[in-house]
Design a protein around this ligand. Structure first.
Ligand SMILES: [Mg+2]
Length: 217
C-alpha cells in the first residue's frame, strides 16, 4: 500500500516549456543565437540551475553566448519571465488528481519531485499556487541533486523524513521511470495528465467520483 506520492511537474502539472513550446526559438531569435545550438548548450548546463547553484537567467545568458549570440549579450529579466509565462500551460487534470488524493487518502504524503530552477518554480507558483499543494517540496533546486540519480532519491527520502519503500513516482519521462525502478521505487507513467484522476484512483484503490474527475485548477 502506497504511503507517499512523488510527483513530477513538467509534463504532469504543467507542460514541458523548453521541449514542447517555441520558448527556445523565441529566446534564440531575440538574442541572435541558433536554437539547436542553444538547446545543446542548455543541456550541458541545466544541472547548475536545477541544483540551485546558479540562477536560471545567468545560465541562459551563458548558453546564448555559447550558441552564437554576440559577446556580452544581455538578457532582460522581465522579458524572459514574460516569455516563460507566455509559453507555460497548466494541466488541470493533475491538480484534480491531487484534490482526489487529499479527499480519499489524507494520510498520503504528497511530495513534489521536479527537476526545476527555483526561479521558474516561483514564477509558476505565483500564477498557479502549486507549491502549497504539497506536503514536501523535494525538487532538484531544494535537495541539490537531479532526478533520477540514486543521490536524488536518497536526498528526497531525507527531506521526507521517511524511507521511500512505499512511495510511487508519478512522472511523464519513461527514462526517469526506468531509472527510478532501478533504484527500487514503484512508478506510474503519466502519459496523459487529463486521465490522471482515474489513474491515481486505481493506484490508491479508491472510487473515482464525479468530483474526483471534474477538471479544474
Ligand atoms: Mg517531466
Amino acid at each position: 500500500m502506497a504511503d507517499t506520492i512523488l510527483m513530477d511537474a513538467g509534463g504532469v502539472l504543467f507542460n514541458n516549456v523548453t521541449e514542447e513550446t517555441d520558448f527556445l526559438d523565441r529566446l534564440a531569435a531575440r538574442h541572435g543565437a541558433d536554437t539547436q545550438r542553444l538547446r545543446g548548450e542548455i543541456d550541458a548546463r541545466d544541472a547548475a540551475y536545477e541544483t540551485g547553484r546558479a540562477h536560471v537567467h545567468d545560465v541562459l545568458r551563458d548558453a546564448l553566448a555559447a550558441a552564437g549570440a554576440p559577446a556580452g549579450v544581455a538578457v532582460d529579466a522581465r522579458w524572459l519571465d514574460d516569455l516563460y509565462r507566455d509559453c507555460l500551460a497548466v494541466h488541470p487534470g493533475a491538480f484534480t488528481a491531487i484534490d482526489g488524493i487529499r479527499r480519499h487518502r489524507p494520510d498520503i504524503l504528497l511530495v513534489l519531485t521536479n527537476n526545476e530552477a527555483a526561479h521558474w518554480d516561483r514564477v509558476k507558483d505565483d500564477r498557479y499556487g502549486h507549491l502549497g499543494r504539497f506536503d514536501v517540496i523535494a525538487s532538484s533546486w531544494q535537495v541539490g541533486e537531479v532526478k533520477p540519480t540514486g543521490e536524488f532519491f536518497e536526498a528526497v527520502a531525507r527531506r521526507c523524513g521517511r524511507p521511500l519503500d512505499d512511495a510511487v513516482l508519478l512522472d511523464d519521462n519513461p527514462d526517469v521511470l526506468a531509472e527510478a525502478r532501478h533504484h527500487g521505487l514503484r512508478t506510474l507513467h503519466v502519459e496523459s495528465p487529463a486521465t490522471l484522476p482515474e489513474a491515481v484512483a486505481r493506484l490508491l484503490d479508491f472510487p473515482a467520483t464525479a468530483a474526483d474527475t471534474k477538471g479544474r485548477t
